[in-house]
Structures are given as C-alpha cells and as structure tokens.
Ligand binder design. Structure first.
Ligand SMILES: Nc1ncnc2c1ncn2[C@@H]1O[C@H](COP(=O)(O)OP(=O)(O)OP(=O)(O)O)[C@@H](O)[C@H]1O
Length: 461
C-alpha cells in the first residue's frame, strides 16, 4: 500500500486529486498549508509527494515551490516529489527535476497521466500491502539511510556499549517500557529499533514520532487521531500514531521536550491504555509497547517542575544510557571504518582505509555531534578525497592539528561551515577541470547528477 501526500493551496485541487488517487493507492493525505511540510515529511513516511509549484502568494515564479522542494529533499533526500504546475513552462519543470524532483504534471491534469506518473514514482507500491522487511516504518518511511538498525550493523566495541546491547537483548522480549537517554546522535533511534526487532512484536509496526516537534495543537490529533469535523480541516476520520502502532512499538523521541499539558494527556492514555480520537467519545483500546528517548536531563526538569514525576515512572521501567562518543573511544575507529565501508560502496570510491595519523586524530576529537557527526564527516571525506587512504586533512581540513597533532575542539557549526567551504572549492576545481560538464564533474566527485545540481544551487554556482 502506497502513502501519498498532496500539498496544494487550492482545496478543489486537493479534493479532486485525493478522490482519484485514493481509489488506486492506499493512503492519501492532503495539506493546504505548505508550512506543515517539514512536519508531515518527517513523520508521514510517504512514497510520493505531489507538490504545487505555484502557491497563491507567489503565483507564477514557482519560487515557493522550489523552496519547499528543497526543504523536502533536505529532510528526506530519497523523497519522490512530483510537481504540479498550472504555469507549465517546461523550463521550470526541467529545472525542478535537475534539483531533485522526480517528475511533474501540468494542471489541469489528465487522470491517466497523473496516475501513471504517481505509479512510477511510488515504485509499484499500488494497491498491495508491502511491509518493510524489518516491519518498521520510520519518520522518513522507506529505508533512506544506508545504515540500518539491525544488530549486525550496530557497532559496539566499547565495554559501555556492550553492556547496552546486553540490556537490550534482555529487555527486548518483555513488554517493559524503555527510556533511552543520551546526547544527540548517540544512537537512541537505532537502539529503539533494535529493541523492536528483537521483540515478539517485530512483525507489527514500529512507529516513530518526534513528539518534541509537535505543536500544542497538533500533538493530540497526530498521536491520538481525529474524526471528521473535529476541527476545520478535519475532512475525514484519521487514526493517530498510537493506533497505527497497534500490536507493535511506538517510539516517542524527544519526550523531555513536551509541555506539561501534553504530558498530562499522554499520561492518561498510558494509564488507561486506550485512545480517544479528537472529536469522538469512543475510546479505543491500544496494545503498544512504549519506548521513549530524550537528550534532556529529566531529573533536573522534574526539580524545575517542567516534567512530571509520575510520567517518568510510567516510561522508565528500564533505562538505557548511551554514553557520548568521546567517552567510548574504543568505538570511534570501528565506527569510522563501518561508515567508510558503506559510503565507499555508495559513492563508488576506491578508498581503502584510514591512515595511522587520521586514527590518532579521530580518537582525540571530541565529537560533540557524536556518531552522527562522525558519520557525516566520513561521508564528506569519502566524497572529497582524491587518495585511497583517508588523511586528517580529509576530515579536519586545516582545523586544529598543531605541532602536537591534537585536533582542537571546534563547534559543530564552525566545522560544518569549513566543510561547506571545502566542498565548494572541490566543486569549483572539478567544474574548471571538466569545463562545466556536469556528468564528468559528478563522476569525479562521486555524486549523482541530482546531488551535484543541488550543491550548485546551494552554493549559487
Ligand atoms: N553504534 C552504532 N553503530 C552504527 N551506526 C550508528 C551507531 N550509533 C549511531 N549510529 C548511526 O548514527 C546516526 C545517529 O544515530 P541516531 O539517529 O540513532 O541517534 P539519536 O541519538 O537518536 O539522535 P537524536 O537525539 O539527534 O535523535 C544514525 O545514522 C545511526 O544509524
């Protein structure tokens, strides 16, 4: 069953498209307000997104459409975005495809053409139920990152992480609520998926919700669902994420960031083990395993009366602490090699390993962004290096590394600016070398043509 999202500020277009597509594809969401795109794309796991190019306030330049296309691809680089445009000059559509749109349709559309376009965009997911091999449905939906949550691809060489894996294997098969604590990028999401995959619920859905990102007004409708007419835009009944997780696991990420009223509503649902859709008075029983995660210091929040003690007791039957990467240096090199292996294949680069000098640098860096920072650093290095062995310069590009060879701790923001600069320079050099031939430049940099176009746009080149 395919999941489709349609974004257009014309309610008639939305309704017509929904009626047509619903008969052929399983699930169709419509949205009038483009501001909700980041939330929907993060949480909705769509197989195709139909996006209007021309919103009312920016009628014919398509600029807003480009802006939203870019946001979608930033959140999910593998998203299939099909553009709708009533001002179908081919040039704009082609430009949109160069920066990552999958296809475009002209308004008013021919039904057959629209169906064929969507069919090819969802990759055959029409009418039939397809279940992700692992039975999981993530924020972004399809497996978009090359890094999976299976135990075999989880790197844990340090004693601290071995202990974590031991706890995971002991609690997975119980229904105990688990609270995962750790800084950003330490692997909380991955551990939550692993618990689900090792549990008796693995054939049922794994539903992941970033509750910290839900506004006060969306919190209830998103988690508990709503019935038609519950609020102005509620044109249909819709199940919430708890119901979608029925029989499986719900993962509430950033639980430490929800407000006190949200905490009260969540607590009631957890105590009663039933949800009532917004606008309805019919409670529905739920059978879900609860896993929560946060990077916040919950004891401090409780002392400050920002987090309810009784909610904490509900969610933390088992606590799993993920140490920051700087506190488990034994994991750094195995992780770097693991990511090197993934990205070398993904970008078709002949990079074989890490130099001894780089190994020293990696171990000494503080990794404020933890495993995610290391992962991105390896990806960039694999793309940008011209050598077969990665050197400190591929990672730290002249940052730190004085006589002592120590890498000075730099903020993630500074580092990312420097890496952007490095990337821009690499692209410029390759453009000069190949006289602007996009295919050759993309091949040289190990990028897809689309990825290169996006970077050219990003750097205004
Ligand atoms: N031990 C590990 N082995 C392999 N990959 C890992 C490991 N830990 C984390 N990763 C990878 O690092 C990235 C960040 O991990 P993840 O998203 O699970 O972190 P997080 O703690 O949930 O982050 P946030 O708090 O920002 O949501 C992911 O791509 C994940 O696959």
């Amino acid at each position: 069953m395919a999941r489709i999202l349609i974004i257009d500020d014309d309610p008639d277009v939305l309704m017509a498209a929904k009626l047509l597509l619903k008969r052929h594809f399983g699930h169709v969401d419509i949205e009038k307000n483009p501001e909700r795109i980041p939330f929907l794309v993060t949480n909705g796991r769509y197989d195709a997104i139909l996006l209007d190019m021309n919103f009312q306030r920016d009628l014919s330049s398509g600029r807003e459409g480009f802006f939203w296309l870019d946001r979608i691809l930033d959140i999910d680089p593998s998203a299939s975005v099909v553009l709708i445009t009533a001002y179908g000059d081919v040039e704009m559509a082609v430009r949109a495809m160069k920066v990552g749109a999958k296809d475009f349709v002209l308004k008013p559309w021919q039904n057959d053409k629209l169906l064929a376009t969507i069919r090819s965009s969802v990759g055959g997911k029409e009418d039939t139920e397809t279940v992700d091999k692992s039975g999981t449905a993530s924020r972004g939906g399809r497996a978009k990152a090359p890094v999976s949550g299976t135990a075999s691809s989880f790197i844990a060489q340090s004693p601290a992480m071995r202990q974590v894996l031991d706890t995971v294997s002991r609690v997975a098969n119980t229904d105990a609520n688990v609270l995962i604590l750790g800084e950003n990028g330490t692997g909380k999401d991955l551990i939550a998926r692993m618990i689900h995959e090792q549990s008796g619920r693995k054939a049922a859905p794994f539903v992941s919700v970033d509750v910290g990102a839900l506004s006060e007004s969306l919190f209830e409708s998103e988690l508990f669902g709503y019935v038609k007419g519950a609020f102005t835009d509620a044109r249909d009944d819709r199940s919430g994420r708890f119901e979608e997780a029925q029989g499986g696991t719900i993962f509430l990420d950033e639980i430490g960031n929800i407000t006190l009223p949200q905490q009260a509503r969540l607590l009631t649902v957890l105590q009663q083990r039933q949800v009532t859709r917004l606008g309805s008075n019919k409670p529905r029983p739920i059978d879900v395993r609860l896993i929560c995660a946060t990077n916040a210091n919950l004891s401090e929040r409780i002392t400050n009366r920002e987090f309810r003690q009784d909610l904490l007791y509900r969610i933390n039957t088992i606590e799993v602490h993920l140490p920051p990467l700087r506190d488990r240096p034994d994991d750094i090199v195995p992780l770097a090699e693991h990511f090197l292996n993934i990205y070398r294949k993904q970008y078709g680069r002949a990079v074989t390993g890490l130099s001894p000098a780089l190994v020293r640098h990696l171990k000494q860096h503080r990794w404020p962004g933890n495993v995610r920072e290391l992962q991105h650093a390896v990806e960039r290095a694999v793309i940008l290096t011209g050598e077969s062995v990665l050197e400190p310069g591929d990672f730290f590009g002249g940052l730190g590394g004085g006589a002592s060879g120590l890498v000075s701790p730099v903020s993630a923001a500074t580092e990312s600016m420097q890496l952007d600069d490095m990337e821009r320079r690499m692209i410029q050099q390759a453009m000069q070398k190949y006289g602007g031939n996009i295919t050759d430049v993309a091949r040289e940099l190990g990028l897809s043509r689309q990825a290169l176009y996006r970077r050219l746009e990003k750097y205004g080149m």
